[in-house]
Design a protein around this ligand. Structure first.
Ligand code: SAM
Length: 329
């Protein structure tokens, strides 16, 4: 790759990963993410259409981005997602197309998404208790489990389970999550809750430092450190005698901003440089007023120069008023 086909920010970090939010809507209302009764979603005319998304991803591919993760909101509520995935997976330079989902609609869509070129799936799952799932998300756990098992049966591997660790809400279940993931050959990742929007800030009352979670798990399981250095922020251990890898994603207790390699594109075409900062660069109107491919690439280069050094979740937790679902989690 030549110097011209890479994106580097002011701090020397190479940006080779884009999270693409295809909707800010979701069929669940996780208490730490979208408030109950929230209605202020983007309107269809504000959404990037598939041609616009493809154009932006093509530009990122030309600039050295190799990995795209489709997310949201809940990406499976966007109609014809498999069609979009099929188009993106064909683009030059894109080597890895993955998906983050809550899996409520995955049973119907898993096979089509795999055919379209989605290679890996992450599923959010904070509890294995049906009542608790209903309270925490407003949805049905049975749908998620059905989606997960379908994804497994059509051959997605790895399937990663993402669990936000919440004191007093699901911290009595972490060992059960480990057993569940051993049984089904899933990878498990715990995530620290972040103060994003009013919901995220309220959830800081339930914040758990994952060092304590790991220490507690180590009493029951033999955790072998240092496995699976990935392209992302998770630090992994393996449960000895099993195939299970457990990742710990610690944006608060041990931030990983110095190795951040990603930016996020929201459904309205805004590039967000950091989950925990406001720097952003609107691309949609540039597309709709006829900018050329070369100009689009230059705008993306300009945007990357805005990427801040790090978030301020601890020092300035009031700062980010966007919910995670708006930026694209
Ligand atoms: N709907 C998809 C899903 O469930 O994976 C993708 C979007 S969702 C916003 C992405 C992830 O963000 C989920 O794992 C969710 O638990 C996490 N999330 C949302 N708000 C959060 C917060 N305040 N702190 C930490 N994680 C959060």
């Amino acid at each position: 790759m030549t110097a011209q086909t890479t994106l580097k920010d002011r701090f020397g970090r190479q940006i080779e990963y884009l999270r693409l939010s295809v909707t800010d809507q979701c069929d669940l209302r996780c208490s730490y993410c979208i408030p109950k009764g929230f209605k202020d979603f983007q309107q269809p005319k504000e959404w990037l259409n598939f041609d616009e998304i493809e154009r932006i991803i093509r530009a990122f591919g030309a600039l050295g981005t190799r990995r795209i993760r489709i997310t949201g909101g809940e990406p499976l509520v966007r109609h014809n997602l498999a069609e979009l995935a099929g188009r993106l997976s064909q683009l030059a330079g894109i080597e890895d197309l993955s998906l983050s989902t809550n899996a409520t609609r995955l049973a119907k869509q898993a096979a089509g998404l795999q055919d379209a070129g989605i290679s890996r799936i992450n599923v959010s799952l904070d509890t294995l208790k049906h009542d608790r799932f209903k309270t925490l998300t407003g949805g049905k756990l049975s749908k998620v489990l059905e989606g997960l098992m379908t994804a497994k049966s059509v051959g997605f591997k790895p399937i990663k389970i993402n669990t936000v660790a919440l004191k007093g809400i699901n911290d009595d279940e972490f060992e059960d999550m480990v057993e569940f993931c051993i049984e089904h050959d899933f990878t498990l990742r715990f995530i620290e809750t972040m103060p994003m929007g009013s919901t995220g800030r309220d959830a800081t009352d339930h914040y758990l430092n994952l060092q304590t979670v790991k220490a507690k798990l180590a009493k029951r399981f033999d955790l072998v450190p240092g496995v699976m250095p990935g392209g992302g922020p998770a630090r992994y251990v393996q449960v000895a005698g099993t195939d299970l890898r457990i990742g710990f994603i610690t944006p608060i207790s041990q931030h990983f901003c110095d190795t951040c390699n990603r930016v996020r594109l929201s459904v309205d075409g805004t590039l967000y440089m950091c989950l925990g900062q406001d720097e952003q660069y609107p691309l949609r109107e540039l597309l709709r007023t006829g900018c050329s491919d070369e100009e689009l690439q230059q705008h993306i280069r300009n945007a990357i120069q805005l990427k801040p050094e790090r978030h301020e979740f601890e020092s300035n937790p009031q700062k980010i008023v966007r919910f995670m679902s708006k930026t694209g989690g």
